[in-house]
Design a protein around this ligand. Structure first.
Ligand code: FBP
Length: 551
C-alpha cells in the first residue's frame, strides 16, 4: 500500500516557465555571441575543436516543427543520487510525447555503463507515472563509470545506431557533464548525428555559474538536513548535556554546510574554503573549536552544535598536499598498491614514498583515519570523503585539547559529545516543490535544445528566485565552464567546480553572525519540507540562492 503523501505527489503537476506554457510548436531558439572557456582557453580549444566557442542559447516565441519527424532519445542518470532526477526524466518524456506520441525515450540502466553495455528500458506512461515527483534514482539506477575512452565512445555510437537515436541526455554533476562534453565532441568530430545534452545535478551545489544558478537536489537535501539539524539543536537545548558534531555531505565545496548554517544558526560551522584561504592547519581548527566550547562553558552552556563539511579534510593545506601525494602514488603504483592485502602493508608502502612534510601530516592521524585515506578512489580519482570520519576525528582532537586547557586552568566545563553524518538521508527524499518544478523544467528544456540541434550543452533554467512562471530557459555550452586540472596524475579538461565564494553574500552573512551564534544560543528550527500551503512556505528557494540573487 502506498503512503498518502506518495499518492498525493504522483498527482502534483510541476510548474513550467512561461515560455513553455504556449505549446510545443511555439518556441524557437535564439543564439548569442560565441563563448570561451573560464580558463586555459588555448588548451581547451585544442581539445574541443568541433564544439569549442559555441554560443549561449535562449528561447523565444516563434514557430517550429519539432514533432514532424519522430525521434528516439536516450537518457542516463550519472553519479550520486539527488532529489528530482526522476522529474528530469518525466519532463523530457512529456515534451517528447507531446511533440509526437511516437517519439521514444530509452532509459539506460546503472549510469554510463548502461549506455556502453546497451542495458535499457523503453519508457511508457504507465511506468513513468509511478516515479513522478518522487526522490531516488531507482527508475533506471545510476553509476559512476567514467566515459572517456575511444572504445567506450565507439560502443555508445553503435548503441545509438542500433536504437536509431537522435540524442542522449546525461543527468549528472561536474564530472559526468565533463563526460557529456567529451562525448559530444567525439560525436561532432566523427559526424555521428546524435546530440548530447547535460542536466546539472548534484546535492553538493558546486556545479553553478552565472547561467546555472544551482544544481538540482541542493534545495531538497539542504532542507532535509536543516530539519534534522534543527531537531538536534532543540534536543541539545532541551537536555543541555551534549556537543553534537554533525558532518554534512558535499564532497568538495561547503555549500551544503553553509546553507544549513544559514537555516539553523548553529554554534560552529567550518567552511572548508575559508580554512584553505587562511591556510589553517588542523591544530588551528581544533583550537578554534575548543575556544568556542570553553567560552560557552563559562556561561554554563556545556552543549552546542557544530557543522563540519565532508570535504574539510582535503582543504587543510598540509592534508591537501598529503592527499594529492597519496592520489599520485596510488595512481602511479596502482598494481603494486592494490596487491597489498593488509592495512599495515599498505601503510608501510605509502610511508616510504611520501615527502617528509606529508609523512608528518599522515602520522598525526589515528590508524582509523589513515585507513580511510588509503581506501579506493572513485572512478574519477577522488578520495571518497564520505567514508572519512572527520566528525569523530575532530571530537577526539578537541577532547584532547580541552583536557590540556583544563590542566592549564583555562577550561572548567564538561565535554560530552555525539557524532552524526547527514548525507544519504537527504539524497533520495521527495523533491521539494522547487526541485520538482526545476527538474521537470530542465528535462522539458533539454528536449528543445536537442530539437534545435544543439550538442555539448547544459540545460539551463534561470531566474529561480522568482515564481516558476518567470523562469528563463536556455542552454550553456559545457566547454564554457571548463579549465585544465590534474586528475589521476594527468592534466585534463574538466568543468571548474564552484566552491564557496568568500566574497559572496551567503558567506558574508554567515561571517557577520557567527560570533553571536557561537556564544549565545540562537538556534532556528526550519521544520519539515512542506508541499501544500502558502508559496512562501512551500516554494521558497534556499537562503544561499536568495542571497546570491537578491537585487
Ligand atoms: P555527485 O557529485 O555525483 O552528485 O555526488 C555527490 C555526493 O553525494 C557527495 O556529496 C558524496 O561525497 C558522494 O556523492 C558520495 O558518493 P557515493 O554515493 O558513491 O557514496
Amino acid at each position: 500500500m502506498i503512503s498518502p503523501l506518495q499518492k498525493y505527489r504522483y498527482e502534483y503537476q510541476p510548474k513550467l516557465p512561461e515560455i513553455y506554457r504556449a505549446g510545443i510548436n511555439q518556441i524557437v531558439p535564439v543564439t548569442g555571441a560565441p563563448t570561451t572557456s573560464v580558463a586555459d582557453q588555448d588548451e581547451v580549444k585544442k581539445l574541443f575543436p568541433s564544439t569549442y566557442g559555441m554560443p549561449e542559447v535562449a528561447f523565444a516565441k516563434g514557430t517550429n516543427d519539432y514533432g514532424k519527424n519522430r525521434i528516439n532519445v536516450g537518457v542516463i542518470l550519472s553519479g550520486g543520487q539527488a532529489p528530482g532526477g526522476h522529474n528530469v526524466i518525466c519532463g523530457l518524456f512529456d515534451a517528447l510525447k507531446k511533440a509526437n506520441p511516437d517519439n521514444e525515450l530509452i532509459g539506460f540502466k546503472g549510469g554510463p555503463s548502461g549506455l556502453t553495455d546497451d542495458d535499457f528500458i523503453v519508457f511508457t506512461s504507465e511506468f513513468i507515472n509511478q516515479y513522478r515527483n518522487t526522490g531516488g534514482f531507482d527508475i533506471i539506477g545510476s553509476g559512476r563509470t567514467k566515459l572517456e575512452t575511444v572504445e567506450q565512445f565507439e560502443k555508445v555510437k553503435n548503441v545509438c545506431k542500433k536504437h536509431d537515436m537522435n540524442g542522449i541526455v546525461i543527468i549528472g554533476g561536474d564530472d559526468s557533464n565533463t563526460n557529456a562534453a567529451v562525448l559530444a565532441e567525439y560525436f561532432a568530430a566523427h559526424k555521428v548525428p546524435v546530440t548530447v545534452i547535460g542536466c546539472p545535478k548534484t546535492i553538493d551545489g558546486d556545479l553553478k555559474n552565472k547561467d546555472i544558478e544551482v544544481s538540482f537536489g541542493f534545495d531538497t537535501a539542504t532542507k532535509v538536513y536543516s530539519e534534522l539539524i534543527g531537531n538536534i539543536e532543540r534536543d541539545a537545548n532541551s537536555a543541555k548535556k551534549y556537543w553534537h558534531f554533525i558532518k554534512l555531505m558535499g564532497r568538495s565545496a561547503s555549500h551544503i554546510a553553509l546553507e544549513c548554517a544559514l537555516q539553523t544558526q548553529p554554534n560552529i560551522c567550518i567552511v572548508s574554503e575559508e580554512v584553505e584561504s587562511k591556510k589553517m592547519s588542523l591544530s588551528q581548527i581544533i583550537d578554534q573549536i575548543a575556544e568556542v566550547v570553553a567560552a560557552r562553558a563559562e556561561d554554563g552552556n556545556n552543549f552546542g552544535v557544530a557543522l563540519i563539511p565532508e570535504g574539510l579534510i582535503e582543504f587543510i593545506p598540509e592534508v591537501k598536499v598529503l592527499i594529492s601525494e597519496l592520489n599520485d602514488i596510488v595512481a602511479r603504483k596502482a598494481d603494486e598498491f592494490s596487491g597489498l592485502e593488509s592495512f599495515e602493508d599498505k601503510k608501510e608502502f605509502i610511508e616510504k614514498l611520501l615527502s617528509p612534510a606529508s609523512l608528518k601530516a599522515f602520522k598525526v592521524f589515528p590508524d582509523g583515519i589513515k585507513a580511510q585515506l588509503l581506501m579506493d578512489r572513485d572512478p574519477h580519482g577522488n578520495v571518497q570523503v564520505s567514508r572519512i570520519e572527520t566528525e569523530k576525528l575532530l571530537i577526539e582532537l578537541v577532547g584532547d585539547k580541552l583536557k590540556q586547557m583544563k590542566a592549564n586552568g583555562r577550561y572548567h566545563g564538561k565535554f560530552s559529545s555525539q557524532n552524526h553524518f547527514f548525507g544519504y538521508e537527504g539524497r533520495c527524499s521527495f523533491p521539494s516543490n522547487f526541485d520538482a518544478d526545476y527538474c521537470y523544467s530542465l528535462g522539458y528544456n533539454a528536449f528543445f535544445l536537442m530539437c534545435g540541434g544543439f550538442t555539448g550543452y547544459l540545460s539551463s533554467v534561470r531566474n529561480l528566485c522568482r515564481p516558476a512562471i518567470e523562469w528563463k530557459a536556455g542552454g550553456v555550452p559545457i566547454t564554457m565552464m571548463m579549465n585544465m586540472e590534474v586528475r589521476n596524475g594527468e592534466n585534463k579538461p574538466v568543468i571548474r567546480k564552484a566552491l564557496v565564494d568568500l566574497e559572496g553574500k551567503p558567506f558574508a552573512y554567515f561571517a557577520s553572525h557567527r560570533d553571536e551564534w557561537a556564544r549565545k544560543t540562537c538556534f532556528t528550527f526550519p521544520g519539515a519540507i512542506q508541499y501544500a500551503g502558502p508559496a512562501e512556505v512551500c516554494d521558497r528557494p534556499t537562503i544561499t540562492l536568495s542571497l546570491e540573487h537578491e537585487k
